[in-house]
Design a protein around this ligand. Sequence first.
Ligand code: G6P
Ligand code: ZN
Length: 543
Amino acid sequence: MTSLTIKTQPIDGQKPGTSGLRKKTRIFQGSHYFENFIQAIWNGIGGVSGKTLVLGGDGRYFNDRAAQVVLRMAAAGGARKVIVGRNALLSTPAASHLIRLNKTDGGIILSASHNPGGPDEDFGVKFNTPNGGPAAETVTTRIYEATQSISEYHIVEAQDIDLAHVGSSELDGMQIEVVDPVADYQALMETIFDFDKIRDLFASGFRMRFDAMHAVTGPYAKAIIENALGGPEGTVVNGVPSPDFGGGHPDPNPIWAKDLVDRMMAQDAPDFGAASDGDGDRNMVMGRGVYVTPSDSLAVLAAQARLVPAYRGGLAGVARSMPTSRAVDRVAEVLGIDCYETPTGWKFFGNLLDAGKVTICGEESAGTGSDHVREKDGLWAVLFWLNILAETKQPVADLMREHWRQFGRNYYSRHDYEAVDAGAANALMDDLRGRLSELSGETFGSCKVKSADEFAYDDPVDGSRSTGQGLRIHLSGGGRIVYRLSGTGTEGATLRVYLEDVVKDASRLERDPQDALAGVIAAADQIAGIAERTGRTAPDVRT
Ligand code: G6P
Ligand code: ZN
């Protein structure tokens, strides 16, 4: 077999964002684009010679072609072995687990997460390190530097590898092991949750709808929820992964999973509803007639963790990203455990999890997870809820009501302004940054500013500092407004405005969040001049 050395040149813009390199598929298909980036990963991690990697993706358009290229380039780099999910499929949490289980040198995940897929949509590549988590900034910086100095890449000339069947083969001295993408992940879930209890719950007539959104969790949910736990056939819908996710956005939020929301709000709604995203790391949970925000979900999981076998001994601590509501902070206070506040991006939880400082963590962006892997895990969150429901035998709505009564309610919503002109969005942020120190004591409608700052994070484990992580306006009375520019968009800029208000008064716990937050929303617009600067009078997405 021939290993070819191909001359190439640096390509601009190959800088990994919040979660790997994410671009339009056509850009990835451009001449040398994908190969350059893979070679830069190899160069950035000191080569792949003698290393073992995990490889898989969410099944989106170009996943299959890209996987073949990674295999040929790993072989050319002298890798020892690649463990790849059948048909190059692996959910992100399952890939994280395989990296840890097999003690590999890391893995490549092919996914643009919840972004739509197809020739005119998005594709992405992410490198995860041997702890199973997304590469830390030091590593992604080295990879980015490698993209800027690349002059050649190496690739073996070969026919496509058969990835449709489980088994071992060899490519130019490198072993390729095709594995069932679900089996090891399912075995891990069985060690965490009480499958017998959940089986009894389904046997008692409990009804659920899991919307896999035509994405990677379909096969996982079918195997676990329907086959292993006895959920009636049809519990999992949209369960066959498709390259364009059935033409939809595989993003589990009330906008893109509207069909599920409508069904859960209907008279004959099932007891429990859930959805996951393109690569299976996000989750949305609902009860009959009630949507649970990701921030509230994190708080409930922390409060009820002792009902789950793996967490019976209690939690070491919890962590949330800064813009996530502070509902979990109140639970941590009552439990007497530490609560860490990190920048947006799952990678920031890695050190805390590795150091045993936290057991459960989560983000407002529909991510929840624990120390069982180093990624957020959609199906894990759903099973966690099922385990709680199996133990408490309470409807979700009652559980939420009780939670708010005990801890108070953090009304919360995120407003996204998508594809805003990047110049206008940056100017808005720069201008507000410049005025932060003048805002304390100012009043905007019904809101009074207590203090304002820009969030920076000092990692308590490795001492690194991450600055510029979002502008925060703290309101008197406990409310908060946060402004951030998204690090995952592929078109223009996305302005995210995170709105929160804290209510303890028992008579005001069941309002519509948009109504409850009306004053904070108006103040957020006034403080930053959103309408004026972006020309937008309403957000594109409210979660
Ligand atoms: C990805 C990351 C998350 C992050 C989310 C939103 O899903 O894995 O950790 O919270 O993107 O990031 P963004 O920068 O778009 O707000
Ligand atoms: Zn995802």
